[in-house]
Write a protein that binds this ligand. Structure first.
Ligand code: NCD
Length: 336
């Protein structure tokens, strides 16, 4: 029985912990297909419409790549300016039209609730690739998958989350997913005053009825007892007043010296990317590139098996993947 058949993936709020577990179990099975050891054509003939109305590099390309690696084809929009939304078309109309063309839709949009609006307008499954300051559920799934791959289930662990906790949708989904999958997480929320975790996310942690704790900080020193640190970019595009963003940028930073001097020696450091590497921001310094504590590129790599698993489940082809499997017949480097 596949509980995700035909389902939308809009929010972690409506995803059961058992659904996330099914996605992780299948992601593991799919890894050889994602990491170019084996090929499957199980989605041959299927079409994905990747509707991206906001900037994106990895989410759009990894959704597309994941679909291609299952044998399906992909059609993209990127940016509002190239679509009929600029002619005044409603998102509902756009969605209904695309639902007639594609078997599954992924959507990224600046408005919170936009993915739900698309899902309500179409019969095909819709996957949220980020809706305003709302959620980014597939990012959370690949983040938590990456944590499990490195340290196992993080029950009882201290997880420090630092940066723009108010506007970063990746964090909202991440915290919701951790709190519904595990027991006894010590959440440390580290943000400048004014950018703390929204009340609705705190409430969802509380509503799980599990024994999690939440503490609130504004200095990066609070990472000292963390087993996992998740750092985010200040979400420049979400501030109405650019001067306000200027006040916050560069306030919370991690570089090699910070980790060496404050953090636990075997800490795991995550970042959803993009990092803002401009000098005035630079929340995650390039001097940590190649450092084994930094798991950021494991996250981006894991975007492929996790998104392949999501497509295989919502289109209900997981048990047919093996049928069309064969080895790759092109050169694959040892290291990507
Ligand atoms: C994030 C997003 O778009 O929310 N990017 C991503 O999908 N990995 C994070 C961000 O933009 O800061």
């Amino acid at each position: 029985m596949n509980p995700l058949e035909g389902k939308d993936i809009i929010s972690i709020e409506t995803l059961a912990a058992s659904d996330a577990r099914a996605i992780f179990d299948l992601s593991k099975v799919i890894e050889p297909f994602a990491f170019r050891q084996r090929v499957t054509r199980v989605l041959e003939g299927a079409v994905l419409a990747n509707l991206f109305f906001e900037p994106s590099t990895r989410t759009r390309i990894s959704f597309g790549t994941a679909f291609n690696r299952l044998g399906g084809s992909v059609r993209d929009t990127s940016g509002v300016e190239t679509t009929s939304l600029v002619k005044g078309e409603s998102l509902r109309d756009t969605a209904r039209v695309v639902g007639g063309y594609a078997d599954v839709i992924t959507v990224r949009h600046p408005q919170t609730g936009a993915a739900k609006e698309v899902a309500d307008a179409v019969g095909v499954p819709v996957i949220n690739g980020g809706d305003g300051i709302g959620e980014h559920p597939t990012q959370a799934l690949l983040d938590v998958y990456t944590i499990e791959a490195r340290i196992g289930e993080p029950n009882g662990k201290t997880i420090a989350i630092a940066g723009d906790l108010k506007f970063a949708r990746v964090i909202h989904s991440f915290v919701r997913l951790l709190s519904k999958m595990y027991e006894g997480i010590n959440f440390k929320f580290i943000a400048p005053n004014g950018l703390q975790m929204p009340a609705n996310v705190q409430e969802s942690v509380g509503s799980t009825g599990r024994k999690h704790t939440m503490t609130f900080h504004n200095s990066i020193d609070a990472i000292s007892d963390a087993d996992v640190i998740y750092l985010t970019r200040m979400q420049e595009e979400r501030f109405d007043d650019p001067a306000e963003f200027q006040r916050y940028r560069g306030k919370l930073r991690i570089d090699r010296k910070t980790l060496d001097s404050i953090a636990k020696p075997d800490v795991m450091l995550l970042h959803p990317m993009p990092r803002d590497s401009r000098e005035a921001s630079n929340e995650l310094d390039h001097d940590l590139d190649g450092d084994p504590r930094l798991a950021m590129f494991n996250q981006t790599d894991n975007g492929i098996p996790v998104r392949m698993a999501i497509f295989a489940l919502v289109l209900d082809v997981a048990d047919q993947i093996e049928k069309t499997a064969h080895p790759v017949n092109w050169h694959v480097p040892d290291k990507f």
